[in-house]
Design a protein around this ligand. Structure first.
Ligand code: MN
Length: 135
Protein backbone atom coordinates (compact mmCIF):
# COMPACT_ATOMS: atom_id res chain seq x y z
CA UNK A 1 0.00 0.00 0.00
CA UNK A 2 1.17 3.50 -0.76
CA UNK A 3 -0.35 6.74 0.51
CA UNK A 4 0.35 9.87 -1.50
CA UNK A 5 0.20 12.81 0.87
CA UNK A 6 -1.67 15.95 -0.02
CA UNK A 7 1.53 17.99 -0.03
CA UNK A 8 3.59 15.53 -2.09
CA UNK A 9 2.83 16.66 -5.65
CA UNK A 10 2.73 20.30 -6.62
CA UNK A 11 -0.26 21.71 -8.44
CA UNK A 12 0.55 22.09 -12.14
CA UNK A 13 -0.62 24.85 -14.40
CA UNK A 14 -2.38 23.62 -17.55
CA UNK A 15 -0.16 23.84 -20.63
CA UNK A 16 -1.19 26.97 -22.58
CA UNK A 17 -0.80 25.01 -25.83
CA UNK A 18 -3.77 22.87 -24.79
CA UNK A 19 -5.84 25.14 -22.55
CA UNK A 20 -7.31 28.62 -22.91
CA UNK A 21 -7.29 30.66 -19.70
CA UNK A 22 -6.01 29.52 -16.33
CA UNK A 23 -6.31 25.86 -15.39
CA UNK A 24 -4.81 24.07 -12.35
CA UNK A 25 -4.18 20.31 -12.33
CA UNK A 26 -3.59 18.01 -9.39
CA UNK A 27 -2.77 14.40 -10.31
CA UNK A 28 -4.66 11.97 -8.08
CA UNK A 29 -4.38 8.53 -9.69
CA UNK A 30 -1.09 7.65 -11.43
CA UNK A 31 -0.35 4.09 -10.32
CA UNK A 32 2.48 2.01 -11.82
CA UNK A 33 1.84 -0.57 -14.55
CA UNK A 34 0.00 -2.84 -15.03
CA UNK A 35 -2.62 -0.37 -13.82
CA UNK A 36 -3.97 1.89 -16.55
CA UNK A 37 -6.13 4.03 -14.28
CA UNK A 38 -5.59 7.78 -14.28
CA UNK A 39 -7.44 10.58 -12.55
CA UNK A 40 -6.78 14.23 -11.92
CA UNK A 41 -8.57 17.10 -10.24
CA UNK A 42 -8.77 19.95 -12.74
CA UNK A 43 -9.81 23.48 -11.74
CA UNK A 44 -10.86 25.92 -14.48
CA UNK A 45 -11.06 29.61 -13.67
CA UNK A 46 -13.99 31.49 -15.28
CA UNK A 47 -13.47 31.56 -19.06
CA UNK A 48 -10.93 28.71 -19.03
CA UNK A 49 -11.40 25.59 -21.15
CA UNK A 50 -9.56 22.77 -22.86
CA UNK A 51 -8.73 22.74 -26.55
CA UNK A 52 -10.67 20.29 -28.71
CA UNK A 53 -9.35 16.77 -28.07
CA UNK A 54 -10.05 13.04 -27.95
CA UNK A 55 -9.17 10.23 -25.53
CA UNK A 56 -8.21 6.81 -26.95
CA UNK A 57 -10.16 4.88 -24.31
CA UNK A 58 -12.76 7.52 -23.43
CA UNK A 59 -13.08 9.70 -20.34
CA UNK A 60 -15.40 10.28 -17.41
CA UNK A 61 -15.75 13.73 -15.86
CA UNK A 62 -17.29 14.21 -12.42
CA UNK A 63 -18.01 17.81 -11.48
CA UNK A 64 -16.96 18.62 -7.93
CA UNK A 65 -17.65 22.34 -7.81
CA UNK A 66 -19.06 25.20 -9.84
CA UNK A 67 -20.65 25.37 -13.28
CA UNK A 68 -19.08 24.31 -16.55
CA UNK A 69 -19.73 23.68 -20.21
CA UNK A 70 -19.02 20.56 -22.27
CA UNK A 71 -19.51 19.95 -25.99
CA UNK A 72 -19.05 17.14 -28.46
CA UNK A 73 -18.07 18.31 -31.96
CA UNK A 74 -21.27 18.92 -33.91
CA UNK A 75 -23.42 18.74 -30.77
CA UNK A 76 -24.92 21.34 -28.44
CA UNK A 77 -23.01 23.09 -25.67
CA UNK A 78 -24.32 21.62 -22.41
CA UNK A 79 -24.12 23.02 -18.89
CA UNK A 80 -22.70 20.78 -16.14
CA UNK A 81 -22.85 21.37 -12.40
CA UNK A 82 -21.49 19.88 -9.18
CA UNK A 83 -22.63 16.26 -8.89
CA UNK A 84 -23.00 15.73 -12.66
CA UNK A 85 -21.01 12.95 -14.36
CA UNK A 86 -20.16 13.07 -18.08
CA UNK A 87 -18.99 10.07 -20.12
CA UNK A 88 -17.11 10.75 -23.36
CA UNK A 89 -16.68 7.68 -25.62
CA UNK A 90 -13.29 6.75 -27.13
CA UNK A 91 -12.10 9.09 -29.88
CA UNK A 92 -15.09 11.46 -29.57
CA UNK A 93 -13.89 15.03 -30.25
CA UNK A 94 -14.93 17.33 -27.38
CA UNK A 95 -13.97 20.12 -25.01
CA UNK A 96 -14.77 20.93 -21.37
CA UNK A 97 -14.29 23.95 -19.15
CA UNK A 98 -15.72 26.65 -16.95
CA UNK A 99 -18.47 29.05 -17.97
CA UNK A 100 -17.53 32.65 -18.75
CA UNK A 101 -18.82 33.72 -15.32
CA UNK A 102 -18.19 30.74 -13.01
CA UNK A 103 -15.23 28.51 -12.23
CA UNK A 104 -15.57 24.73 -12.42
CA UNK A 105 -13.65 21.88 -10.80
CA UNK A 106 -13.94 18.32 -12.07
CA UNK A 107 -12.37 14.97 -11.54
CA UNK A 108 -11.11 13.69 -14.91
CA UNK A 109 -10.90 9.89 -15.10
CA UNK A 110 -9.53 7.83 -17.96
CA UNK A 111 -7.36 4.87 -18.85
CA UNK A 112 -3.90 5.10 -20.38
CA UNK A 113 -3.64 2.94 -23.52
CA UNK A 114 0.12 2.53 -23.19
CA UNK A 115 0.91 5.27 -25.68
CA UNK A 116 -1.24 8.30 -24.95
CA UNK A 117 -3.94 9.76 -22.70
CA UNK A 118 -5.22 12.38 -25.07
CA UNK A 119 -4.84 13.69 -28.60
CA UNK A 120 -4.88 17.49 -28.58
CA UNK A 121 -6.36 19.49 -31.47
CA UNK A 122 -7.18 23.14 -32.19
CA UNK A 123 -8.22 25.64 -29.50
CA UNK A 124 -11.89 26.34 -28.81
CA UNK A 125 -12.38 29.78 -30.36
CA UNK A 126 -14.04 32.66 -28.51
CA UNK A 127 -16.95 32.34 -30.99
CA UNK A 128 -17.39 28.63 -30.22
CA UNK A 129 -17.07 29.31 -26.49
CA UNK A 130 -19.65 32.11 -26.56
CA UNK A 131 -22.47 29.76 -27.67
CA UNK A 132 -25.10 29.52 -24.92
CA UNK A 133 -25.75 26.04 -23.52
CA UNK A 134 -28.97 24.19 -24.30
CA UNK A 135 -28.96 21.99 -21.19
MN1 MN B 1 -11.56 15.33 -22.28
Amino acid sequence: MDITRATQNATRRGNPDWFSGTVWQDPIVEPPAPSRARAARVAFEPGARTAWHTHPLGQTLHVLQGVGHVQTKGGPVQAIRAGDTVYIPPNEKHWHGATPTHGMVHLAIHEFDGERHVTWMEKVTDEEYAVAPTG
